[in-house]
Design a binder for this molecule. Sequence first.
Ligand code: S3P
Length: 192
Amino acid sequence: MEVDEPRLTNEEIAALARRIDRPIVLVGMMGVGKSSVGKRLAAALGLPFIDADEAIEEAAKMSIPEIFATYGEPNFRDGERRVIARLIDSEGHQPKVIATGGGAFVNEQTRALILDKAIPVWLDSDVETLFERVGRKRNRPLLREGDPREILTRLRDEREPFYAQAPIKVISGPGPHGQTLERVLKGIESWL
Ligand code: S3P
């Protein structure tokens, strides 16, 4: 059983919110909880939350599986890069919380932009936890190309050296996302 770590007080969270001067960008594998944790993080800090995958679908007026099927992954990555750049740059890098798709931080230009202009947070889980969680969303064409557990294992191995370039790493364990939120807040607080 995990022991609860001491929680930040409301005053400490408010003080942290005042120090945030640019977007917080969550990176990491599909199923790790970037959207769920991102929404909670945004609510805790009083910031807007944006899901980059949803912004891409809005811009393309197509679902992510449709974009992959129609234009292929390289075109998706290009659109993803442009949408994330727009989200980060908007209104002079205004603070907000952005959840990115699992492959975004692997793209060299997207990664460079996030590292340069945002507060990057890598959420990581073991493959079993990812596997249990990926069933909940339908925007993951890469998992339809074979056995999802094998694909998650391979992608996590391939992507780890890229994710590891984020200065803040938080383990998103199998427990409730509230615990992960506390760790993200503390990770940002000690890095800023
Ligand atoms: C992808 C992850 C998805 C989505 C697309 C590609 C990836 O986002 O962007 O299916 O390459 O890992 P989530 O990480 O939100 O599932």
